[in-house]
Design a protein around this ligand. Structure first.
Ligand code: DX5
Ligand code: ZN
Length: 219
C-alpha cells in the first residue's frame, strides 16, 4: 500500500529553511510536518506561529502541524490563521471529550483538517467517541518532545488496532506515525497500516534525501 511521507522540519538546518523545504517538495513529498512544542506539554520548545506564517502558502506542500502544547483551544485559531492545513493536537492535553469535540469543530469550521495524537502509553480505545469526526490520527512511536529517538515497536500493534477502529466506525481518518521512522521501521509501520510516515532525523542532514524518501515509500 502506498504511503505518503511528511518530513519533520524540526530536524532541518534552520540556517537554510527555504532550501530544506524546497528539497521536501522536489523529492515528491506532499506534506511538511511542523512540530510545535511549548515547553509545558513537552519538555522542549521548538517554533510557533510566526515561523509558520512566514512559510505556509509559499510551497506546494500540505502544512501538517503537530501541536504539542497545553493550551490547545486558545491557540488553534492562531495556527489556522497562520496557514496550517492540518492541525493535530494531543488527546492528553484535554480532560473532557466535549472539549476535544470543540477543538475538532473549530478546525473544521475553518475548512481545515483535524487530527488527534496519542502518546505511546495512551490506548487506541480513548479515540472511540470522536473517531468518526477525525481526519487523521497521529500515533507517536516515541515520547513527544524530541527528534532522533528510537522507534517503540509497540506502536505497530496500535496501528493495527487503530485500522480496525477506523473500519468499524466507517471513519475517513488517515493513520500517521511519528518518531524514529527510518528504512527499517518505516516499512514495518507501512505494513501495519500507516498512511503517512513522519520522519525527521532519517531525512534531513543527509545528501540522499530523495532516495531515503523513496525507501520509506517502498519504491
Ligand atoms: C517528536 C516529534 C516528531 C519528531 C520526529 O515530538 O513529534 O515529529 O520530530 O523526529 P525523528 O523522525 O527524528 O524521530
Ligand atoms: Zn511530530
Amino acid at each position: 500500500m502506498k504511503v505518503e511521507v511528511s518530513p519533520s522540519l524540526l530536524a532541518a538546518d534552520f540556517r537554510f529553511l527555504d532550501r530544506e523545504i524546497k528539497q521536501v517538495s522536489t523529492s515528491g513529498c506532499k506534506y511538511l510536518h511542523f512540530d510545535v512544542m511549548d515547553g509545558a506539554f513537552v519538555p522542549n520548545i521548538s517554533f510557533g506561529v510566526p515561523v509558520l506564517a512566514s512559510l505556509a502558502g509559499n510551497y506546494p506542500l500540505v502544512f501538517d502541524v503537530h501541536i504539542m502544547i497545553k493550551r490547545v483551544l486558545k491557540y488553534i485559531p492562531a495556527f489556522l490563521a497562520a496557514g496550517a492545513d492540518i492541525v493535530t493536537f494531543h488527546y492528553e492535553a484535554f480532560r473532557k471529550v466535549e472539549q476535544i469535540k470543540k477543538a475538532v469543530a473549530m478546525i473544521h469550521s475553518a475548512g481545515k483538517k483535524a487530527g488527534i495524537s496519542i502518546k505511546p502509553h495512551t490506548s487506541i480505545e480513548v479515540l472511540s467517541p470522536f473517531i468518526k469526526e477525525l481526519d487523521l490520527v497521529l500515533i507517536m512511536s516515541v515520547e513527544p518532545g524530541f527528534g532522533g529517538q528510537k522507534f517503540d515497536p509497540k506502536a505497530l500493534e496500535k496501528i493495527r488496532e487503530l485500522k480496525k477502529l477506523i473500519a468499524a466506525n466507517e471513519s475517513q481518518a488517515l493513520i500517521e506515525v511519528d518518531g524514529g521512522i527510518n528504512e527499517i521501521t518505516g516499512p514495518q509501520a507501512r505494513k501495519a497500516g500507516a498512511n503517512i510516515l513522519v520522519a525527521g532525523s532519517y531525512l534531513f542532514g543527509h545528501d540522499d534525501f530523495q532516495a531515503r524518501v523513496e525507501k520509506l515509500r517502498g519504491e
